[in-house]
Design a protein around this ligand. Structure first.
Ligand code: UDP
Length: 161
């Protein structure tokens, strides 16, 4: 089969993982998404994912809180989603690597573009978490940024399922 895009970046919002629950992670929804990703990987497409965190926390939820602290909480939320995606993909036999823009050595690789390239070329799904690593941004910005860095052929967006 001829594939339209060799390398894609999929932006998955946190809400997309919550399904009808609206917050947290819905196991069935997560599983369905990962089944689809597996289909694409099996076609030979290099798949990277930027995952959001809005199903747990968004910077703007912390009304009384200093904004950068609240934004860091949001970035941590993206890492939780990233771990869930990595787990669900690997349980389907799809090799996946979680990278994060916020250093977290014991649970994820640090974001390194050259390493991400290597994983993708070797058929591993790369999940980018932690957004850009800077407060006052969103994971939509991170999606555009990472897509440019890894020279993705297309950005696909999954907001709600
Ligand atoms: N965030 C941030 N910098 C980034 C990406 C995300 O500070 O580069 C924080 C921000 O507080 C944001 C939260 O992480 O509200 C969750 O990300 P986002 O709202 O983009 O998640 P989504 O709406 O895609 O689920």
């Amino acid at each position: 089969m001829k594939i339209a895009y060799k390398r894609i970046l999929l932006k998955l919002s946190g809400e997309a993982l919550a399904g009808e629950r609206k917050n947290g992670i819905d196991a069935e929804t997560l599983g369905n998404i990962c089944d689809k990703i597996k289909e694409i990987v099996d076609m030979g497409v290099e798949v990277s994912i930027v995952v959001g965190g809005g199903n747990f926390w968004r910077g703007r939820y912390g009304h009384e809180m200093e904004r950068t602290t609240s934004d860091y909480m949001g970035m941590l939320a993206t890492c939780m989603n990233g771990l869930a995606l990595q787990d669900a993909l690997e349980s389907r036999g799809v090799p996946a690597r979680l990278q994060t823009a916020v250093e977290m050595r014991t649970i994820a690789e640090q974001y390194i573009k050259r390493k991400a390239d290597k994983h993708l070329a070797n058929g591993r799904v790369v999940i980018f978490s932690g957004g850009t690593g800077s407060p006052f941004f969103t994971t939509d910005t991170a999606a555009a940024l990472r897509a440019a860095e890894i020279e993705a052929d297309a950005i696909l967006v999954g907001k709600t399922i």
